[in-house]
Write a protein that binds this ligand. Structure first.
Ligand code: FE2
Length: 383
């Protein structure tokens, strides 16, 4: 994908983002993938579009939990772009859709600043109003839709009707909102993609982790977190957009990022971190629903207790029983856990995170986490 296709005009103010509206998955079977996210992760089916609602080429299920919204789409014909995407990548994230309050100026600004336009602004209208949207290319075959839903009051978007899927059963999971969305990019291209987000969207670098900080005996990676969080522009509204980007680094064996790139066939979204206010209750519910998590080594909690010295109120026995990880930074602490990959190919997984002041990403857990990932890679013969 072309990153920057002409001389950028950085005098044009960057697009103002109002947060992430939704993530769209392109999958082989939208009905079963949506059902899996409802039964295993406690999402609720809100809206549906397909042939019954006047949409002949695809079906889409809109799922929601707290402020997290996933659009799950599948193809109805072999020549569909969704079918081609699934053939190449397997199930994965096609679109990280940003809310904007002026689609035309956001799209013009992204293009002026060097972005590649995939869809010029267009209106979708029905009896509930109008959604205006456009799309910009990002890493791999992933896109950023820019959309304005301020003139729309239907269940999700034109052609969508309220879902008639059954309400989810099982214990409430309590996921509140998106925390961050992580992309994997090819070896040597991390800086280009950080530059892309700085230039096209006006993001800044929140933190960088070098391969000396994220390495195991076998493999290493580098990561830079970009976000729109330090904008001084008062028009910046909504939830902050936080997007860590990983690239593999040279190690003795194949890194988890290389395994992702081999199987996804391109850069793309690797994990989606979902925020909860009570990770113990969330993980209990998810485990009861059958969700499988990465296991940390048995000696993890000995070093974790030492790292968390002075922080009271941590239920160590429960955390150990549920395999929940802990970390701290200068602002507080956080608790997190990672699912196994939820796709057939070893590509996409979820993180569940509870923040108690900490603004980091669990740096203290990287080594334990990556060793857990490598045990899975070894079982798949990919290490
Ligand atoms: Fe994460």
């Amino acid at each position: 994908m072309t990153l920057v296709h002409h001389d950028p005009d950085l005098a044009v103010p960057a697009p103002m983002l109002g947060g992430i509206d939704h993530l769209e998955w392109w999958v082989g079977n939208a009905r079963t993938f949506a059902g899996f996210l409802c039964s295993a992760f406690g999402f609720e089916a809100i809206a549906y579009a397909g042939p019954e609602t006047g949409r002949g080429d695809r079906v889409s299920h809109m799922l929601q939990q707290g402020g997290v919204r996933f659009l799950i789409s599948g193809a109805l014909h072999p020549d569909s772009p969704i079918a081609a995407h699934v053939q190449r990548h397997g199930d994965g994230i096609r679109d990280v859709a940003f809310l904007v309050d002026d689609v035309d100026s956001a799209y013009d600004a992204a293009l002026a600043r060097g972005g590649t336009g995939l869809r010029a602004p267009v209106d979708d209208t029905d009896a509930h109003g109008t959604i205006r949207h456009a799309a910009i290319a990002t890493y791999g075959d992933t896109v950023h839709t820019l959309l304005d839903r301020s003139g729309y009051d239907g269940p999700f978007a034109p052609q969508f009707e309220p879902s008639d899927l059954l309400d989810p059963v099982g214990p409430a999971v309590g996921l509140e909102k998106l925390d961050h969305v992580v992309g994997n990019v090819e070896l040597g291209s991390l800086d280009r993609w950080v530059h892309f987000y700085e230039q096209v969207f006006g993001f800044s670098q929140l933190v960088h982790f070098g391969d000396d900080q994220i390495s195991t005996e076998y493999s290493a990676l580098m990561s830079t977190v970009v976000w729109n969080g330090d904008s001084s522009d008062p028009r910046t509204t909504g939830e902050r957009v936080v997007m860590p980007i990983n690239e593999p680094a040279a190690g003795r064996r194949k890194s988890q990022i290389e395994e992702y790139l081999d199987f996804y066939g391109a850069p793309g979204v690797q994990h989606i971190a979902l925020r909860t206010d009570d990770i113990v209750e969330s993980v209990r519910a998810l485990r009861a629903r059958g969700v499988r998590f990465m296991e940390v080594p048995s000696d993890y909690y000995r070093s974790a207790r030492a790292r968390m010295d002075g922080i009271s109120g941590l239920a160590w026995n429960t955390l150990g029983e549920l395999n929940i990880l802990v970390d701290r930074d200068q602002d507080g602490h956080l608790l997190q856990i990672f699912t196994e990959t939820i796709t057939d190919r070893p590509t996409v997984f979820f993180e569940i995170i509870q923040r108690e002041g900490a603004k980091g990403f669990g740096e203290g857990n990287f080594k334990a986490l990556f060793e857990a990932i490598e045990r899975g890679q070894a079982r798949r013969g990919n290490l």
